[in-house]
Design a binder for this molecule. Structure first.
Ligand code: FPP
Length: 248
């Protein structure tokens, strides 16, 4: 991918976010506006995913987490759920070479064992096949819910206390984080949400405590690499205080 001026500006400024998370919203509206079924919006959304994966790699983002399917998305019409699951299956197979060529390591966050078995197996195969890659970590949040994640962590911690593996006084933020799906990953520095809604929608509730939020009206299938770069440039101009006083 040729380096755009925006990418150059980002690299000149330094301070590239390590971890960027994205709520990819607006596929349905994009399709509606064209008089197409919602599944076409998701299909077009995959092209935006590819553009953003490339863009994130170019500027040296380490982790890109994409909100691909939430625990609440099962409530959508069966045909739409099936279309998204089929896309996941198809792309996990057809994009595998591309991921390996670009040194991208695929991982997943969420209740993966709750996905339909053929879809889950294709995903696991792609994860295994890219596990030695050392470039961008592409983290797909699948069957993911922030409250579910926190509750399962609480239950597992309680069980370990019961078993005597942990003491209550040993429970701190670091330990709690290690019981989340995202164990071992740094918290996101930047969260991008497309299509204008101003909410977290049960995404990474614990992990986004100090994350910078960037909301754009652009619908996900229209989101380009330059739009991604613009979000990162804005991030670079923000002052992160983590509850402290300004340093200026
Ligand atoms: C939100 O738009 C999008 C989703 C729930 C699915 C995201 C899935 C993809 C981009 C395709 C699959 C990706 C991979 C990596 C295989 P929406 O349907 O909520 O849009 P709306 O708010 O306009 O209805």
């Amino acid at each position: 991918m040729p380096r755009s001026n925006l990418a150059k500006k980002i690299l000149d400024a330094g301070n590239v976010p390590k971890h960027v998370a994205v709520i990819m919203d607006g596929n349905g509206r994009w399709a509606n506006r064209r008089g197409q079924p919602r599944s076409e919006g998701h299909e077009a959304g995959v092209e935006a995913v590819k553009a953003v994966v490339q863009a994130a790699s170019v500027i040296g983002v380490e982790i890109l987490t994409l909100y691909t399917f939430s625990v609440d998305n099962w409530k959508r019409p069966r045909s739409e759920v099936a279309a998204i699951m089929r896309l996941l299956y198809d792309k996990a197979r057809s994009e595998l070479n591309e991921l390996n060529q670009n040194n991208v390591k695929l991982i997943a966050t969420g209740h993966i064992d709750g996905l339909p078995v053929t879809r889950r197996n294709a995903l696991k195969h792609a994860i295994k096949s890219t596990s030695r890659n050392t470039g961008l970590i592409l983290n797909l949040a699948l069957n993911y819910g922030g409250r579910t994640e926190i509750l399962q962590a609480v239950k597992r911690i309680a069980r370990d206390v019961e078993l005597g593996k942990l003491t209550i006084s040993g429970i701190d933020e670091g330990l709690f984080s290690s019981y989340l799906y995202t164990s071992g990953l740094p918290d996101p520095d930047l969260l991008i949400r497309t299509s204008g809604e101003k909410r977290l929608s049960n995404f990474l509730l614990w992990q986004t405590s100090y994350t910078e939020l960037y909301i754009t009206d652009i619908l996900w299938p229209d989101f380009t690499s330059d739009d991604f770069f613009r979000a990162v440039l804005e991030f670079q101009n923000r002052e992160r205080r983590f509850g402290e006083l300004s340093r200026h």
